[in-house]
Design a protein around this ligand. Structure first.
Ligand code: PLP
Length: 447
């Protein structure tokens, strides 16, 4: 594995890889140097791609959250990246968890130390067996947005604390969910009446403005709608105690989103001593924390024939189809599934070239394309990107912001392994991460 050369990493959890110190850049370089050593020793698959996860970055995001939204408890959306260190760190920092399946619930509960009341089963359409299992695990809080789900919950978990997920404007997001989930407001009174008839406890309202929300002003309208549903609850005999503002928080727009949310909550819920407010952030916590290093395993470029006249050697550049094609050892069937499923555009940069990390900006560049390792032509990582003309097989490319909706949905199509993660906690927050994890491990939650 790419991390075997590291010495001095702390083993905090016996079942997990060690946790290192230092800047992620250092670990990217160490991983690359280690791969070169293994390659020199003829180790098969020595050059495999790997992630470097900076847990300090996750910690810093949590501090940002607490500074901007002190009243809102984040329930981290496990689906976004169910990384075992991220779950342990966030659990030790007091976050709750949004789970979508039995396995996610088990994964969170198995680390120990998370009370089932700090989990919301935020999937409005669940298998009956999953609802029953949630009851067994003590997970009571769960969303619904249709009457069938209410019948199901009444049968399989009659003491559940139900949360009605409403439809809000998701047109300003990369991934819209409204076509699949969310009760239109006109249907809510009927649903609440049905819940009452089934003697179910409906405790509050949730929504999701869509993942990757690029216009956070939509939170204002969403809160207004949630408030209208609180009133509908009253009319049906429910006093709601929970407002769940969902996910959708983009790193660059977070402070702006927090501003819209805070103002809207103050406007529509001015008196709220008995209302608990939670959110389900996913990508906000992990996106920037993971970087990927991938090796150029093959290259296809026009053959420069020494005997040809210069005008024959120089091919016509087709800007739509760059003539230089690089093939790297992770692709859209692996970590880069985010390109297909999460509508991401990734930006490769050179990590190491010709064995050197000393890269100059003034390298001549040419338009190139970057491809994954599988035999499928859909496996394209970047259709057009300017990369140094001197880049060759064996060099390494880096990709930032690879923590959200990447590794969790990676497959092993064509027999390519899912890239492994090297963990570090460097820079601001390193000490806090370490003590949070140490304490968590010491308290007996060391799985
Ligand atoms: N909550 C639910 C129910 C979701 O479906 C998702 C994303 O799919 C999230 C939260 C997390 O969203 P984000 O990563 O945009 O914060």
């Amino acid at each position: 594995s790419p991390d075997t050369h590291h010495d001095g990493g702390d083993v905090i959890f016996p079942s997990l890889p060690p946790l290192y110190t230092g800047h992620p850049e250092v670990h990217l370089r160490n991983g690359i140097m280690n791969a070169s050593r293994l390659a020199a020793a003829h180790e098969p698959d020595a050059e495999k791609a790997f992630f470097v996860a900076d847990l300090s970055q996750v910690y810093r995001q949590h501090m940002r959250w607490k500074a901007c939204l002190p009243e809102i408890q984040p329930f981290y959306a496990v689906k976004c990246n169910p990384d075992p260190y991220v779950i342990r760190l966030l659990a030790s920092l007091g976050a709750g968890f949004d789970c979508a399946s039995n396995n996610e619930i088990s994964q969170v509960l198995d680390v120990g130390g998370v009370d089932p009341s700090n989990i919301i089963f935020a999937n409005p359409c669940k298998a009956t067996s999953f609802v029953r299992n949630a009851a067994k695990m003590g997970v009571d809080m769960m969303t619904f947005d249709n009457a069938d789900e209410l019948y199901k919950i009444a049968r399989a978990h009659p003491h559940a604390k139900c949360v009605v997920r409403i439809l809000t404007d998701d047109s300003k997001s990369l991934c819209a969910f409204g076509i699949k989930f969310g009760a239109p407001l006109v249907t809510v009174p009927g649903l609440l009446a049905k819940a009452k008839e089934l003697s179910l406890d409906v405790v509050g309202v949730s929504f999701h403005v869509g993942s990757g929300c690029y216009d956070p002003s939509v939170y204002t309208d969403a809160i207004m709608r949630a408030h209208a549903v609180f009133d509908m609850g009253k009319e049906t005999g429910y006093t709601f105690k929970l407002l769940d503002v969902g996910g959708g928080f983009e790193d660059a727009l977070f402070e702006q989103a927090a501003g819209f949310l805070t103002k809207a909550i103050d406007t529509y819920f001015p008196e709220r001593p008995d209302i608990k407010i939670i959110a389900e952030p996913g990508r906000f916590y992990v996106s920037k924390a993971f970087r990927l290093a991938a090796n150029i395993i093959a290259r296809r470029a026009p053959l420069a024939s020494p005997s040809a006249a210069p005008q024959e050697v120089k091919q016509e550049e087709d800007p739509e189809h760059p003539s230089v094609m690089y093939y790297i050892n992770d692709g859209v069937y692996g970590a880069f599934n985010c390109i297909l499923f999460d509508h991401q555009i990734v930006h490769p940069y050179v990590l190491s070239m010709n064995g050197s990390f000393h890269l100059t900006e003034d390298q001549p560049k040419e338009l190139s394309s970057v491809w994954g390792p599988t035999c499928d032509s859909i496996d394209c990582v970047s259709e057009k990107t300017a990369l140094p003309s001197a880049l060759r097989v064996g060099d390494w490319l880096g990709f930032d912001n690879m923590g959200a909706y990447t590794v969790c949905a990676a497959s092993q199509f064509n027999g390519f392994e899912v890239s492994k993660v090297i963990y570090t906690a460097g820079g601001a927050g390193a000490h806090e991460v370490r003590s949070a994890l140490m304490k968590f491990a010491k308290d007996g939650h060391g799985l």
